[in-house]
Write a protein of this length. Sequence first.
Length: 317
Amino acid sequence: MTGNLRGALLQLAAMGLYATHDVVIKTLGETYPAMQILFFASLLSFPLVSIVLMRDPQPGTLRPNNPGWVVLRTLCAVVAGMAGFYAFSTLPLTQVYAILFTTPLLITILSIPLLGEKVGLHRWAAVVVGLSGVLIVLRPGAQDLQLGHVAAMAGAVASAMAAVIIRRLGRAERPMVLMMWPMLGNFMATGAALSVAYQPMELIHLAMTGIIAALGLGGGFLVILAYRAGEAAIVAPMQYSQILWATIYGWFLFGEGVDPATLLGAGVIIASGIYVVWREGRGGVSAHRPASSARLRAEVVTAPKSTILQRLWAPRR
C-alpha cells in the first residue's frame, strides 16, 4: 500500500470517528442541555489528555509566554466548543457540517490581519464563492433560521480564529499551555451553565460523554498518522467525507432526509475550500499556508487540534 493511499484511508477513518463523536453529541442533545453534555465530556477528557500531556518534553508551567494571544485563543476555543455542541444538538448533521466547512475560507480572511498573508484574486474568488454556498444552505426566507444556525456559524468563525492564532504563535508556547487553557476555560464556562440548566443523567448517558472524549482524541491521533503517511494535498480533502457520514447517520439514526439544497451548498463550500488549500500549496502563492496547515477539523475541546497533539506525541529525540 502506498503512503498516500494509507494516509487517505487513515484520514477517512479519522473522519468516521469524528462523525460518530458528533452523532453521540446529537443523540444526548435530544435529552440533555448541550452545555451539560459538553461539561461532562470535558470532565472525562481530562484523564485521557493528562496521559498525553505527560509526554510533553518541555519543562515549565501553565503560565503562557504570550498571555494576550493565549487568552484570546482560549475564548475562541470555548465559544467554538459551546457553539458546536449546541448546533449538533439542534440541527440536521449535514447542515452543521456544511456551515463548519467554511472554516478554511474564514482562516484565509483572518490570516490577512493576523499573519500579514497576501491573498490574491484567485483565493478571494474562492472565498466569495464558498461563502455564497452558506446562503444556499441557509436559504434565507425559504426556511426558518434557528439559533443553531447562528451557533454553527459562530463555531466556524471561532475555530478559524483559534487556528490562525496557533499559526501566529508557532512554537512560542508549549503544547500543554495551548491544550490546557481551553480545557480549563471550557470547564469553568460550562460548569457555570449547569447552574442555569441541569438535568440528572442516567449512568449509560454519562458513559456516553466519556465515549465522546475517547472518540475525539482517537480521531486526532488518526489524523496525525494520516499526515505522516501521505502528502497533505491528498490527505486534507478526505476531511470532507464527514458530509457522507452525516448523510448516512442522519438518515438511519435521526430520520433526516437528504436536503438537495444543503448538499449543493456543501458542494460549493467544499470545492472552494479544496481550491484554497491547493492554491496555498503552490510555490510563491502563500507565505504562511494558514488554511492548509490548520488540519481543518473545527476546534472542539473534546477533540484537541491534531497539530498540537502531534507536537506532544512526536518521538523524543
